[in-house]
Each structure stands twice: as structure tokens, then as C-alpha cells.
Write a protein that binds this ligand. Structure first.
Ligand code: CIR
Length: 253
């Protein structure tokens, strides 16, 4: 059974970092209800969910994906690019310690987990406003011994690499071709987001079923035509914080 780590929404969620979108009022009660539905979807798809208590002084701390990434051999604890987010890693490391050996990204490297796409032994890392080249060097030095190859990918028009590309199934990616070149990922096929839905490339697939926002109907139809079953969720308040569905959990297989 996969283990999912999530964290409840901070009381200061409305003070979240924003990079590419305008600030809009966030309804905290609604955000919490949407997050609860997300946790329920994880459970229904077979995850055992460990829900960490809210960290009210850390507005973005619901986005646990950015604090770590998980490999079969180790968990890598990141050093988030935004200073407001750096303390989020402490409790995530504590939650992961029983499950993996931990390795830590160190200064001067910065990296958000949202920039990390692991495709078997290839780790694609977005070089973004949050993630720098020093992180790529550290990851290659730390993970090369486990057989991984780390590749930097330029990210500019969007927040994180996984805003533009995520894994749909064994051989297929979901991808926004206006933002990312599919040929970077070699053997993988891809489903393209609808041109009118640029933010639609982030999906979280658990045991073959995708957790996916209700807000991208055209891309949803493409994913379903590809043959992937979906559980769709209204995540409007999470999207106002520039978050998407992968951001709200860390999955350990
Ligand atoms: C931030 O700017 O850091 C948060 N407001 C959103 C982070 C979303 N995380 C993700 O895409 N992995």
C-alpha cells in the first residue's frame, strides 16, 4: 500500500508565495475542505495517508512536495528556493526518517521538489526561480552512486518543471508543449494539454488512477481518451496559491 504524506492548510495560507499569477482572495475554510477531499481521494485510491499538523507560521507548508523527493533508495530533503519556505523541510524530514535514509541538499544549492521529475534512473530537474545549478551538481554527486543521471531543464514561463510535465503512466507523460520540449524525455510518449489550458499538465497518478482538477475539461477528455481513469477534484483555492495536485503530497511506494 503506498504511503502518502500530506499536511493540513496553514491559517496563513493567503500569504503564500506567488510568482506567475496575481493574488486573489483565498477562502481558507474552502481550501481546507478541498484539501480534505484530496486526502480522501488519496485514501480511496489505496494510500495510507499520514497527515502532518498544520504549520500556521509557514503559509505554503501544505505543499509538502517541495520539501523532499523520494527514491526507492533514499529520500532527498530539499532546500526550497523561497526563504519563507526553507523551514518546511524540518518536519517533512522527521516524517520521512522512519521510511528512508535521508540525504540533504546544502547551501548554496536551492531546489523545490516541484522541479523534480523522476523517470526511472533519469531525474529531470527544472532550473527555475527556485532551483539552481548547484542543486543539480549536488544531486548528481549524491545520487550517481545509486545509478541516477540528473538532467537540468530550463524553466522560465511557469513555476516548476512539474507545472509543465508529469507522468501519466508507465510510458506516457502529460505535457504542455508550449512550455516544454517533449523530445527531452527520450522514449516517453506524451498526451498534450489543450492549448486553452496551459496549467493542465499536473496530474497525480496513484495505482493507475489520476487525481486531477475539475478545471481543465478539454485536457481531461484527452486524458480519458488515452485510457487513464480520473478522480476529479475542485482545487480552486489551492490553484490560487499557485499549487497543483502533485504539490500536496509525497508518495512512498
Ligand atoms: C510557492 O510559490 O512556493 C507556492 N505558493 C506554490 C508551490 C506549489 N508547489 C508545487 O508546484 N510543487
Amino acid at each position: 500500500m503506498p504511503l502518502a504524506i500530506a499536511r493540513q492548510v496553514s491559517a496563513r495560507f493567503a500569504e503564500c508565495e506567488l510568482t506567475h499569477i496575481q493574488r486573489e482572495p483565498i477562502d481558507i475554510a474552502k481550501a481546507r475542505a478541498q484539501h480534505a477531499e484530496y486526502v480522501r481521494a488519496l485514501q480511496e485510491l489505496g494510500c495510507h495517508v499520514v497527515e502532518l499538523p498544520a504549520e500556521d507560521d509557514l503559509p505554503d507548508s501544505v505543499f509538502v512536495e517541495d520539501a523532499a523527493f523520494i527514491l526507492p533508495e533514499v529520500a532527498v530533503i530539499t532546500r526550497p528556493g523561497a526563504d519563507s519556505r526553507k523551514p518546511e523541510t524540518v518536519s517533512v524530514a522527521d516524517a520521512l526518517r522512519p521510511h528512508r535514509d535521508l540525504i540533504f541538499v546544502r547551501e548554496p544549492a536551492t531546489i523545490d521538489g516541484g522541479d523534480v521529475l523522476v523517470l526511472e534512473r533519469d531525474i529531470y530537474v527544472g532550473l527555475s526561480s527556485r532551483t539552481n545549478a548547484a542543486a543539480i551538481q549536488q544531486l548528481q554527486a549524491m545520487l550517481g552512486r545509486h545509478g541516477y543521471c540528473v538532467h537540468g531543464v530550463e524553466v522560465d514561463k511557469f513555476l516548476h518543471l512539474k507545472s509543465a510535465v508529469t507522468r501519466l503512466d508507465e510510458g506516457t507523460l502529460l505535457l504542455n508543449p508550449a512550455w516544454i520540449d517533449a523530445s527531452l524525455f527520450g522514449k516517453f510518449e506524451h498526451v498534450e494539454v489543450a492549448p486553452s489550458e496551459p496549467m493542465a499538465a499536473n496530474i497525480l497518478v496513484i495505482n493507475g488512477t489520476g487525481i486531477y482538477p475539475t478545471s481543465f475539461p478539454e485536457t481531461q477528455a484527452r486524458i480519458e481518451a488515452h485510457g487513464t481513469q480520473l478522480v476529479t477534484l475542485d482545487v480552486s483555492e489551492i490553484a490560487k496559491a499557485e499549487g497543483a495536485v502533485t504539490c500536496c503530497s509525497l508518495i512512498l511506494q
